[in-house]
Design a protein around this ligand. Structure first.
Ligand code: SF4
Length: 423
């Protein structure tokens, strides 16, 4: 089989993995080397379905010995051709693509070939050859293979910018059901190891100018949403724990894509892509807006409303905290106002050092009031006074001005019986 045929098959097999993004690494070009990775990340572009396509995103092999029910490459799926690269083939491909300016980096994942250790050794050979023999300084994101020996994970971390081990499913029970060969500990332990190695290499980097780097762009993971029944609340709590305890850079969420019929898999929720979008928004609130998972959802209302963004949902449940005075509120309070993002909040703080802000002043500095107007005051006045009925406000805040049926679609958060909404 030609390299082009392998490329076609293995790039296609890799497209379901969403945990790639290149931000955060900073390596300059070296003398006699090629490529560099800059702090803002290499250029990204995204396919229509939102997946990152800026890197050469490829599997080393799709001839996987495991049988994960959510994966197109599972060994019981007879509908795909099985192929593998050799390490040299893959290195050559990356260099040729780089020289032609097709790519600026590599996202390398793999099915499990022969054993986790053997697969990890092959992947290490690829990244080591790129770095050492080819002097390749471009961005490399490598997927760690669960179950591989700790010393292989350690070695791989010396050659790549970012590593990820996919947690895949929220609970051990779901993992046992859909990925029986995988064990949660095989995923969590390497994550801990990477976290600890990163911390210790960072200490060295402060002391020694030429200290080696270990996974300098951090680690990420991926969770599949909708293959198993875990609610959004559980997913957000898991992500929160990963951010706090494992110091992950990102948790990526991948809406379950049914690939053939699999025993034990019942796709949960017919709105998977919209659900994935809402979970990403909530994840953003955890990382940049100071929210906790328990503020956004709870056991009684465990799923995000598909019609409203999570911040608006929170605001409607906490109307007693509003309106806030934009001339007095601190940064974290401003960030909780629907429609005010990090840029607007910082502009407000900067502008009000110079003058007392009114609504015209807010518009002049670029604050969009369409949603915020219901939650703020300027000089003691509100721009729009609304009925305090949260359902009426919900209608005003709904994405795309969706016309809601207030009775049929009354969400659980407000005492209704529907767990998910149709739009
Ligand atoms: S280990 Fe599981 S998720 Fe990974 S390629 Fe194999 S079947 Fe797919």
């Amino acid at each position: 089989m030609t390299t082009l045929e392998k490329l076609t098959i293995l790039a296609d097999s890799a497209k379901y993995d969403v945990s790639c993004s290149s931000s955060g690494s900073n390596r300059s070009a070296t003398y006699n080397g090629i490529g560099n990775a800059s702090a803002p990340g290499i250029c990204h572009s995204f396919a229509d379905d939102g997946r990152c396509i800026s890197l050469l995103k490829i599997l080393f092999t799709n001839a996987c010995m495991y049988d994960c029910g959510y994966c197109i490459n599972r060994n019981s799926n007879d509908s795909i051709k099985r192929v593998s690269f050799t390490p040299d083939e893959l290195v050559d491909l990356v260099i040729q693509f780089y020289r032609r300016n097709y790519i600026e980096g590599l996202f390398l994942s793999s099915g499990v070939l022969r054993s986790p250790d053997y697969t990890m050794e092959q992947l290490i050979q690829v990244v080591k050859t790129l770095r050492v023999r080819e002097n390749f300084n471009g961005y490399i994101h490598l997927k760690g293979i669960p179950g591989a020996d700790a010393k292989l994970i350690r070695e791989a971390g010396l050659y790549v910018d970012r590593m990820s081990l996919n947690i895949e499913l929220p609970t051990s029970q779901s993992l046992r059901l859909l990925a029986p060969e995988k064990d949660r500990a095989q995923i969590i332990e390497p994550m801990k190891l990477i976290r600890e190695e990163m911390a210790s290499y960072r200490v060295d980097a402060k002391k020694f100018k030429k200290a080696k780097l270990f996974v300098p762009a951090g680690q990420t993971t991926q969770l599949i949403v909708g293959a198993t029944p875990e609610p959004d609340y559980m997913i957000l709590r898991i992500s929160e724990a990963f951010y706090q305890k494992m110091k992950l850079k990102r948790v990526y969420y991948s809406s379950y894509v049914p690939v053939g019929r699999v025993e034990g898999v019942v796709p949960y929720g017919i709105h998977s892509l919209q659900r994935e979008h809402r979970i990403y928004q909530a994840d953003w609130l955890l990382r940049f807006y100071g929210f906790k998972a328990s503020e956004l959802l709870n056991e009684e209302a465990p799923d995000l409303d598909l019609v409203l963004d999570p911040k608006a949902q929170w605001a409607l449940r906490n109307l007693h905290l509003f309106p806030i005075d934009v001339n007095r509120a601190d940064l974290m309070t401003l960030l909780r106002v629907p429609g005010i993002g990090t840029v607007s909040a910082r502009r407000i703080l900067a502008a009000r050092r110079l003058a007392y802000l009114d609504f015209d002043g807010l518009k002049r500095i670029g604050v969009v009031l369409k949603r915020a107007q219901y939650f703020i005051t300027c000089k003691g006045k509100m721009l729009a006074r609304v009925d305090e009925n949260p359902m009426f406000l919900r209608q005003l805040l709904a994405d795309g001005n969706t016309q809601l049926n207030l009775f049929d679609l009354y969400p659980k958060q407000f005492g209704g019986g529907h767990e998910r909404l149709s739009i």
